[in-house]
Write a protein that binds this ligand. Structure first.
Ligand SMILES: Nc1ncnc2c1ncn2[C@@H]1O[C@H](COP(=O)(O)OP(=O)(O)OP(=O)(O)O)[C@@H](O)[C@H]1O
Ligand SMILES: Cc1ncc(C[n+]2csc(CCOP(=O)(O)O)c2C)c(N)n1
Ligand SMILES: [Mg+2]
Length: 294
């Protein structure tokens, strides 16, 4: 009998979505967020995400940071559309022997993250896992994005520059619990006419092929152009994952204009490659995170 390990996360999701009719939303499954048009005002963004003890964090991690991470991951996906967060709901599944203090710490981190991003706690759900089971925190949220400036993974064009914010690699040494979702950067990139965008959670080795595939393009990348986090190797920059930086495509003319006006106080931007005439067939980069296999 085949198991999830045999096919991995991406093939599993593709199989699970097969029986469903094509989405009638502005954007259905397949992007960082789903997008809903209420007919007036900004577009609504929907996202759900989960972190699990032993996979995304260890029990000895400071609970405030775990709470921050759980919410910041969702906000990073809003940023990846050019948008921002609105309402957040938290589902908490814990084993009975967990100290109350740990959960209170978790909620301090959640509160800090929501306050920093002007998001509102709308409610949640609390449940248990059997003794010895892992803590799981699931965060669902709504966000919003200006309907003229919503950036999908699928809008990339052959010839577009591929670029990233910040530096890549080494997140396990602390950044994965303590990152700033790139909301200001995402909004500016959307206004500047980025053609495609996503956040980097599984490593650029996994996520760049995903963006290229969604945009029906091939890609080339320049290994020496990767902005590697100091102290990390290029392989770590490619595959460590949980960078929570933005990966985007933009026309060469817009890229040149953007570089000239990019504000110093935002995370720096670096070109790392180019989209090429399609169709996407196979990834030229190895590495990155895939659930059930990594
Ligand atoms: N179990 C599921 N059922 C339906 N749709 C799913 C399921 N899991 C993922 N998806 C959809 O598949 C797409 C890819 O999901 P994934 O979790 O990889 O998103 P991501 O943005 O790449 O990752 P992250 O949440 O770490 O940023 C998303 O559009 C998501 O809504
Ligand atoms: C204890 C521990 N072990 C490993 C990692 C690294 N890690 C976990 S999930 C993931 C990919 C992103 O997840 P998702 O695909 O769910 O967005 C990465 C890089 C960690 N943070 N903590
Ligand atoms: Mg994402």
């Amino acid at each position: 009998m085949k198991t999830l390990r045999d096919i991995g996360e991406d093939a599993l999701i593709a199989r699970l979505l097969t029986p469903f009719p094509p989405s009638t939303l502005c954007v259905g499954p397949g992007d960082d967020c789903a997008v809903v048009d209420d007919g007036h005002g900004p577009w609504r963004l929907l996202k759900t995400d989960a972190i699990v003890e032993g996979i995304h964090f260890l029990r000895e991690a400071p609970p405030e940071k775990v709470g921050w991470k759980a919410c910041a991951r969702v906000i990073s996906d809003f940023a990846a559309m050019g948008g921002s967060a609105r309402e957040i709901m938290i589902t908490l599944a814990c084993p009975p022997d967990l100290e109350i203090h740990w959960v209170e710490g978790l909620y301090q981190g959640i509160a800090r993250c929501l306050a920093a991003h002007e998001a509102t706690l709308a409610g949640g759900e609390t449940t248990s896992v059997p003794d010895g089971g892992p803590i799981m925190i699931s965060v669902a949220g709504t966000g919003q994005v200006d309907r003229r400036h919503c950036v999908l993974r699928s809008g990339g064009q052959p010839g577009d520059v591929i670029a990233v914010t910040g530096t890549l690699g080494g997140s396990i040494h602390g950044k994965h619990l303590d990152f700033q979702p790139r909301c200001a950067e995402g909004a500016l990139l959307a206004q500047a006419g980025a053609s495609a965008m996503m956040d980097l959670s599984d490593g650029i080795a996994k996520d760049l092929p995903r963006l290229a595939q969604a945009s029906h393009c091939q890609f080339e990348w320049i290994p020496e152009a990767l902005p590697v986090t100091p102290g990390c190797t290029p392989d770590q920059a490619l595959g460590d994952g949980e960078d929570y930086e933005l990966l985007f495509a933009i026309s060469p003319a817009r890229w040149h204009a953007l570089v000239l006006k990019w504000p110093e106080e935002l995370a720096p931007i670096h070109a790392v490659g180019r989209l090429l005439e399609g169709p996407f067939c196979e990834s030229a980069i190895q590495g990155g995170w895939e659930h059930f296999r990594t």
